[in-house]
Write a protein of this length. Structure first.
Lengths: 203, 596, 119
């Protein structure tokens, strides 16, 4: 199968105007919209059915760590711009700058996860596990699934930063497209957090 | 999912894509494990899916044949086979109720998710679709590989359910909580297996959509696509957008089972006389909504590829164009769209208010319209045709009245008033089996007989094929027709012993008829299995186009090699130009230039 | 074929532009970045006001939608994206709305008759 050429892997299709990879990643993101949509819908349904929310009383913002989450929001937003700058560096032909910005993006992702770890650890210390009540169940599940997506992004971005960047030498346009597609995924992950943060922490 | 209509699809770049492939290694032979095991070739992957799916269809069928013993002869020890199954599941040779429930849940799950869809989409979609659009392979061959190799472990994991303490999932293929939340380990195995299978499906659907939109041959505009491809495109969108909510729901149920959450557990639940020690505050209906949000479009995933296959076989064997091709395409797109807004008709009995139940009843009635249009177009396609009753055509023709029965019997279920009586009875089982068994499965058989020569270079034996058809057709009606009467008598589904109720005893004789029919149906498949394997070695050899068909796949060699086509295919006309007046042949293939 | 020559002809949306023009897009990215940080601060600030629930929800989600819109339009280039992608997303948005709205609507039309709901 090494000699089957797939058309429009890099060149945009004359009618749709996009290469295959970009179309593919947007379709994947469409399915992710439905995944997180179902979870948000579950949150709405369970919360609407609860006599008061949070079930144990008080306010979400008192139970959850708003300062850490606000910091994390800023971290994620920053990682989004650094991701865009990584792609822009590819467009402008600068592999060195790409590696810098991509490296920062990955580092920021780890910061996000570490802060999250501290949040979770503190909750577990207090005995506030997912089983405690549905407020925590939703919090841990949605944030957790979002976290799994961050890890996925880290893996992809690390690949592009290391072995993946070899493609730059033979086909820089193809590589740039891959960075762009990875960026689209990463921005989506940021986008989900933009809704998760107020929905869970502030309301 | 409106794709732009284009008058001229330009060259697909075969000639000028040097920049596109990074590692040209022309013409070197791949090692066995990369050629046949971890292959990126859509044809190999299609065959892998086909063989796997056929094995699971047979396994799921066997599960049902076991159930049919208990239903026909409740509480009677089963001869011979009970010994192999063991004392836990069949103490003293008599089926334990828990085992009956496992058989029921796993039969449904396996037939739908490990059998029909992998065959219809993974098998036929993968093998035929790229050929029909003139593509060298799928847009993402390695993702295609990943799809199958995530699917297969999912299947194996699903089977492992039978071997864990407590046995396999036993809360119905629908896995309703609270029962499923509290069920034995097998349910967790089911959920994990579903996560793998759903992931495989999502990857596949992305591949299908990009391939169909981006990789069509020169001249192959949207309105020249074979109906099979339109059907696969709509199906791919259904899978893409409907599966994620079930994936989400599976995560939530896993959290309930493994992390002690109460997403689906209401407060105050008492189990075996004891208050359940959970936080509560959850909603069993939440699961139902998320499950059916997928599972309703899923049934259209079950039928759409079948409609595609039937269309191809009918056009080819009537030697005339499909009647109402554009109408068919618009209908299938409308059907796909509507399938997302009917799901709560599975939930009419959950205490829904009248506004919402009227809404879902209305959408359900509306969705029957495109189905009727499609079947009508296919029936009209037969009229005035020069019909050849080849084996595929027998199955495709039988599909029409069988699917019609299935569809029509769905109407009383979609109307809330009659659904009150019929919900969760054997009537429902009769309804959906008519659509999937003599419906989709017959269409899939038609597809196997039709495309076998393309995949193998040999024809299946027509005599064995006809015997397979007639025996199956007769037996299958004995299996499912009586179920409508049982349901109308009030017999519930998922009932271990129907004779505990007077109304069950009243229709118990039918259970014997159905079981005999089921076992006869099983035996009938032997003719197919023998034919399938025998023809690999002894079938009549064929060239590229043994059926004198018009669509692109028949331009490729039988079987096609890597890259599929010997020369770049170009499309010159509509897909079903049969019996064009003034032509010497009764068919004008899409891929042959004018004046050949 | 020179693997690098194509990058000197940069493009955001398939239309080729010079590196100088592309750098103008960079400016829009920085602007959006600052806007996102500001809007985050606003979100948290408004939450401190502890407004009535319905208003709080409306304000917070509106701001979130604006932020998401900026990310989608600018960072994800949706503002200049091709029709086929917009069509797929429009369809998805429709089904997203369905899965968000219908389950809750169905459950809460007649709350008092729902058995086994919450507590």
């Amino acid at each position: 199968m090494s000699d089957t050429v797939i058309p429009y892997m890099v060149k945009p299709h004359p009618v749709t105007g996009i290469p295959n990879g970009k179309f593919g990643i947007w379709l994947f993101l469409a399915s992710e919209v439905m995944l997180f949509g179902a979870l948000f819908s579950s949150y709405v349904l369970i919360r609407s059915g609860a006599p008061h929310w949070p079930p144990e009383g008080g306010l979400s913002s008192e139970i959850l760590d708003v300062p850490k989450a606000t910091f994390n929001t800023a971290v994620l937003i920053t990682s989004s711009i650094t991701m865009v700058l990584a792609w822009a560096s590819c467009k402008l032909g600068n592999l060195g700058k790409f590696k810098l910005w991509m490296g920062i993006t990955i580092a920021l992702s780890f910061v996000f996860l570490i802060v999250k770890y501290f949040e979770y650890a503190h909750k577990f210390e207090l005995g506030h596990t997912p089983a405690h009540d549905n407020f925590y169940a939703i919090y841990f599940t949605m944030i957790g699934l979002h976290g799994v997506h961050i890890i996925g992004g880290i893996i992809v971005n690390t690949y592009l930063l290391t072995w993946g960047s070899k493609l730059w030498k033979t086909d820089s346009v193809h590589f740039t497209n891959r960075v762009e597609n990875a960026g689209l995924y990463w921005h989506f992950v940021d986008l989900v957090w933009i809704f998760l943060f107020p929905s869970l922490y502030l309301l | 999912m409106s794709v732009e209509t284009h008058a001229h699809a330009n060259g697909n770049g075969h000639a000028h894509d040097h920049g596109d492939h990074g590692h040209g290694d022309h013409g070197h032979e791949l090692p066995f494990w990369r050629k046949y095991i971890f292959s990126v070739d859509h044809k190999v992957i299609g065959i892998q899916y086909t063989v796997t799916a056929l094995v699971f269809l047979m396994f799921g069928f066997c599960l049902m044949m076991l159930m049919r013993w208990q239903l026909a002869y409740p509480g009677q020890p089963m001869p011979v086979i009970a010994k192999w199954i063991g004392e836990t599941a069949m103490p003293g040779g008599v089926m334990a109720p828990e085992f009956y429930n496992q058989l029921g849940a796993m039969h449904g799950t396996i037939m739908v998710f490990l059998g029909v869809v992998p065959l219809a989409v993974g098998g036929f979609g993968n093998f035929v679709m790229p050929l029909q659009i003139g593509a060298p392979d799928m847009a993402f061959p390695r993702i295609n590989l990943a799809s199958y190799w995530i699917f297969l472990p999912g299947c194996i994991l699903m089977l492992c359910g039978f071997f864990v303490p407590g046995g396999a999932a036993q809360s119905g293929w629908t896995s309703y909580p609270p029962l499923s939340d509290l069920a034995t380990t097998g349910q967790t195995v089911w959920l994990l297996a579903m996560v793998l299978i759903i992931t495989s499906s999502l990857l596949g659907s992305i591949n299908f959509i990009v391939t169909i939109v981006q990789m069509r041959a020169k001249g192959l505009t949207f309105w020249r696509l074979p109906f099979f491809v339109h059907a696969q495109l709509v199906t791919a969108f259904l899978l893409l957008l409907a599966f994620p909510p079930l994936e989400a729901a599976s995560v939530l149920q896993l959290m309930d089972r493994l992390a002690g959450t109460s997403f689906f557990l209401p407060s105050g639940l008492v189990v075996s006389g004891e208050q359940l020690k959970v936080a509560g505050g959850g909603s069993p209906l939440l699961w139902q909504h998320l499950f059916w949000f997928l599972a309703h479009p899923e049934v259209y995933v079950l039928i759409l590829p079948a409609l595609g296959i039937v269309a191809e076989v009918i056009a080819n064997n009537t030697r005339k164009p499909l009647w109402g091709y554009r109408l068919l395409v618009y209908s299938v797109i409308f059907l796909g769209f509507m399938s997302f807004v009917v799901w709560a008709h599975h939930m009419f009995m959950t205490g829904m208010g009248t506004t919402m139940s009227t809404f879902f009843q209305t959408t359900t009635m509306i969705i029957s319209i495109p189905s009727v249009v499609i079947v009508t177009c296919m029936l009209m396609s037969l009229y005035g045709g020069n019909i050849r009753f080849t084996t595929p055509m027998l199955f495709a023709t039988a599909f029409l009245p069988m699917f019609a029965i299935g569809g029509l019997t769905g109407l009383p279920l979609g109307l809330t008033a009659s659904d009150i009586y019929l919900h969760d009875t054997f009537y429902v089982i009769g309804h959906f089996h008519y659509v999937v068994a003599p419906g989709t499965l017959f269409a899939l058989f038609a597809g196997i007989y039709y495309w076998y020569p393309k995949a193998t270079g040999r024809q299946m034996n027509p005599t064995l094929g006809k015997i397979h058809f007639w025996l199956s057709f007769i037996a299958i009606n004995f299996v499912f027709m009586p179920m409508f009467f049982q349901g109308m008598a009030g017999l519930s589904r998922r009932l271990y012993d129907p004779t505990v109720y007077a109304h069950g005893r009243g229709v118990q004789e039918l259970n014997v008829v159905i079981s005999m029919g089921a076992w006869a149906l099983g035996v009938s498949q032997i003719f197919f299995i023998i034919n399938f394997f025998m023809s690999l070695k002894n079938g009549e050899k064929v060239l590229e186009n043994p059926w004198n068909a018009t669509t692109l796949e028949w331009a490729a060699p039988s079987p096609p090699g890597h890259g599929n086509f010997l020369t770049e295919p170009v499309v010159y006309r509509e897909p079903y130009e049969y019996s064009v007046p003034g032509h010497a042949n009764d068919y004008s293939p899409q891929f042959v230039a004018e004046g050949k | 074929m020179d693997a690098h020559s194509e990058t000197s002809d940069v493009s955001v949306d398939g239309h080729h532009e010079s590196p100088e023009e592309f750098k103008k897009h960079l400016r829009s990215y920085y602007v959006v970045f600052v806007a996102l940080l500001c809007l985050t601060a606003v979100t948290v600030g408004v939450a401190e006001l502890k407004l009535a629930r319905p208003i709080a929800i409306t304000v917070a989600l509106t701001i979130a939608t604006i932020k998401a819109g900026l990310v989608a339009a600018v960072f994800m280039h949706l503002i200049s994206e091709k029709k086929v992608i917009i069509a797929v997303l429009a369809l998805t948005a429709l089904f997203f709305a369905l899965v968000m709205a219908l389950p809750s609507l169905t459950l809460y039309e007649h709350r008092h008759v729902i058995a086994g709901m919450g507590n």
